[in-house]
Design a binder for this molecule. Structure first.
Ligand code: DC
Length: 233
């Protein structure tokens, strides 16, 4: 019996700043699906490890800590909140400092194992749009539809820079480009679940496309897939 009682699984992977979060949120809205921002879960885990002052070189300590870690994504009036061990960390996890720390903590096996389990639990019934780095390759290799959303380094850094300066963060464009390059390297060169396009993922380069153009393309492909999957769900 098929366990996808709520619909199909849509996987969106790609490097940081490619627009995954915006697209995943809008796509989930259009399909009436739930959005699962797995990057936010990795950020929340990094935040918890940092505030608990866990030594990241001590994998046994990281593992013990991750065993009891509780990370929830709540949607309140269309906005996603991230609750980590009962604390609302939605905004605290979005700084440039947290981005770099998360890129490091997300290479740790105990962190990935804990979040892998949580994500499988959250998504297995379907009706979800999951975005991250390893959704189509590791978390749900059997997702009904997979996208790999990318854009040039310059375009991704420009978007991130605008986002951070709008929040009043004192960053420069040159620093933001350097951060994007460093995070790309950390995300794609790590040993466990590196950032990689799944063989069966549809590649979309958003450098020269508007959000609406990307969205409409993805909505149409998802609807076709939901139509053909309908009878077997
Ligand atoms: O998508 P984001 O920028 O919020 O992700 C934050 C970090 O988490 C990023 O460095 C990569 C990591 N990440 C991951 O390793 N696996 C995922 N499925 C999602 C994010």
């Amino acid at each position: 019996m098929n366990s996808r009682t709520n619909g199909i699984i849509v996987a969106i992977d790609g490097p940081s700043g490619a627009g995954k979060s915006t697209i995943a949120r809008l796509l989930a809205e259009r399909l009436g699906y739930i959005q699962i921002d797995t990057g936010a879960m990795y950020r929340a885990a990094a935040f918890l490890l940092m505030t608990a002052e866990i030594n990241l070189d001590d994998l046994a300590a990281v593992e013990v800590f991750c065993r009891d870690m509780d990370i929830q994504l709540d949607v309140v009036s269309g906005c996603q909140s991230v609750i980590a061990n009962g604390m609302d960390v939605t905004h605290k996890i979005r700084t440039a400092e947290m981005s770099l720390l998360t890129s490091r903590t997300s290479t740790l096996k105990p962190v990935r194992e804990a979040l892998f389990k949580a994500q499988q639990q959250m998504g297995r019934r379907g009706g979800v749009v999951l975005e991250g780095r390893d959704i189509g390759t590791v978390v749900f290799p059997d997702a009904e539809i997979k996208f790999y959303l990318s854009a040039s380094v310059e375009e991704r850094a420009r978007r991130r820079y605008e986002e951070l300066t709008a929040k009043g963060e004192p960053v420069t464009l040159a620093d933001t480009i350097a951060d994007v390059i460093q995070r790309d390297r950390q995300d794609s060169e790590r040993d466990i679940a590196p950032l990689r396009q799944a063989d069966d993922a549809v590649l979309i380069d958003s450098s020269l496309l508007s959000v609406d153009e990307v969205l409409n393309l993805m909505v149409e492909m998802c609807r076709n897939k939901i139509g053909t999957a309908g009878s077997s769900l």
